[in-house]
Ligand binder design. Structure first.
Ligand SMILES: *Cc1c(COP(=O)(O)O)cnc(C)c1O
Length: 495
């Protein structure tokens, strides 16, 4: 007989309300000292409140068990493509927690907030240097919001040129991130999709064909979602400018190129960055983020409010650009994320940032080579930060889908990669190992994926039912989306 497994699984299965016994206490509250404090109005009080009654030991075990149900970058490799789930040095958190930063009130007068404001000014200057685009607003709270800011800036510039009525289209390659067409549509443009050329880059002929006076901008994800560099982007930039349109860069995956190539030098007019990805802030689950937008002199008057300026008196101030598109949110953006990015940038310096991108590219290519032959690789050329395989062979030969492969990876102890994106790759498995994984971790991930490729031939049913080891097995995702159960239904409903 095999020994039973660890009991911690069990511990997480019931809520605190379904545990303990009447009379158990985690903390002994001191006996009343006789002093009276007035109670709130009687109608605000309840006669009785059912609270869990647990000992401190039980309580600690309960929360510890619950905490282990989250898979995070601190638990293991997290190769979610395009998301840059890299390890974030803890020192950046400590710096953001320094009382001078963390306790500052967002409404404190500027002269009392000089430490924070100057730090943000230096971050702004660093980002201008890194992107080659001199004007920056740190306000956007996410990549997608930075995109929206950038497109609204283009809109405002076109309005000032008297061309807004005419230029109603934005061209977006089908290798762009999904937020790009969504942003263009939200800003009121119609989206024209550009097909990707056979080698995975922009198809120059279609761009030339589509470019005319109705085009406001072209939005390009650089590097693109196939993890590939856009060959000839400088020439494309010229074409676009000759046609009177703007060139937008989605720079969310800067970790592939930072310290090596600058958007401004390539001819981009505006770019947003994802500091929470490339500059080391723990992210996922919806936030927090920071998506600064950097632009040329021409677009600078339209930047979102606030921007940072240094006065002749040496004080750093928050300012509103002349023709600003306005505020995206209250106060100064997600300052905690900005501070982490600053600490990361300063700790590494330009040489360090350059070695980050080198390592990101090396890791993705190492994985590409290790998995070569085990999975189809539709765009078979050296990649930048990520590599997009296809599960189409496994589907064709063994009726195993990418979805099954991703779920099976959980049983091997890894977070699944991004799946079914980009849309131009059938059964896509988009893997970004990131720069912080050591070679052994990449080899272990490759071994797991190779074992799964073998299982898809020898034991497809195991894959169809995976995951088997997670606290919750395979969900009926359609029912979960259509008829979600949003409250806990535990064993002691009668309470
Ligand atoms: C993550 C990502 C975005 C969206 O960023 P959010 O901060 O999630 O809004 C946009 N483009 C690319 C290429 C990305 O990887």
């Amino acid at each position: 007989m095999t020994a039973p497994g660890p009991r911690s699984e069990d511990l997480g299965a019931r809520l605190s309300f379904d545990r303990g016994e009447p009379g158990r206490r985690a903390v002994d509250v001191p006996v009343w000292n006789g002093q009276k404090t007035p109670l709130p109005d009687a109608h605000l009080l309840r006669d009785s409140v059912t609270l869990p009654e647990m000992g401190q030991g039980e309580l600690v075990r309960y929360y510890t068990a619950l905490s282990t149900r989250n898979y995070g970058i601190d638990s293991g490799t997290y190769p979610l493509g395009s998301c840059t789930m890299k390890f974030n040095p803890k020192v950046n958190d400590l710096i953001a927690f320094l009382p001078g930063f963390a306790d500052a009130h967002p409404q404190s007068p500027e002269h009392e907030a000089q430490g924070t404001l100057r730090t943000l000014l230096e971050l702004r200057q660093g980002l201008a240097e890194i992107t080659g685009l001199p004007h920056v607003s740190l306000a956007p709270a996410a990549g997608a919001q930075g995109e929206l800011a950038g497109v609204l800036m283009i809109t405002a510039a076109l309005e000032d040129r008297g061309e807004l009525e005419a230029r109603r289209r934005i061209l977006v390659p089908d290798s762009a991130h999904g937020t790009n067409p969504a942003t263009a549509a939200m800003a009121g443009y119609s989206v024209t999709h550009l097909p990707t050329a056979e080698d995975g880059s922009l198809d120059r002929a279609t761009i030339e064909q589509e470019l005319d006076e109705s085009v406001a901008a072209v939005m390009v994800t650089v590097p693109n979602t196939l993890g590939l560099w856009e060959n000839g982007i400088e020439q494309v930039a010229e074409l676009i400018h000759d046609a009177g349109a703007y060139l937008y860069a989605d720079g969310a995956n800067l970790n592939a190129i930072m310290g090596r190539v600058r958007y401004g030098d390539l001819g981009f007019d505006v770019v947003h960055l994802n500091l929470h990805k490339s500059f080391s802030t723990p992210h996922g689950g919806g936030g927090p983020g920071a998506g600064p937008v950097c632009c040329t002199e021409e677009l600078a008057p339209y930047l979102p409010t606030p921007i940072l300026e240094e006065g002749d008196d040496g004080l750093v101030r928050l300012a509103a650009p002349e023709r600003s598109i306005g505020r995206l949110q209250q106060f100064h953006g997600n300052v905690g994320v900005l501070l982490r990015a600053y600490a990361y940038m300063r700790a590494l310096g330009l040489d360090g940032l350059r070695s980050v991108s080198g390592q990101a590219v090396l890791n993705a290519n190492y994985l590409r080579v290790l998995l070569h032959g085990h999975y189809d690789l539709p765009y078979d050329r050296p990649v930048l930060h990520e590599v997009v395989f296809s599960g189409s062979r496994q589907k064709r030969e063994h009726d195993v889908r990418t979805y099954d492969i991703a779920k099976r990876l959980i049983d091997y102890g890894f977070h699944p990669p991004t799946v079914y994106f980009p849309l131009i790759v059938e059964e896509a498995l988009m893997i970004e190992p990131t720069e912080t994984e050591p070679p052994e971790a990449i080899e272990a991930l490759a071994e797991a994926l190779i074992a799964i490729a073998e299982e898809s031939a020898s034991d497809p049913d195991t894959l169809h039912g995976a995951p088997w080891t997670a606290p919750i097995g395979r969900l009926d995702e359609t029912t979960a989306a259509r008829r979600p159960v949003l409250s806990w239904r535990g064993p002691r409903q009668d309470r």
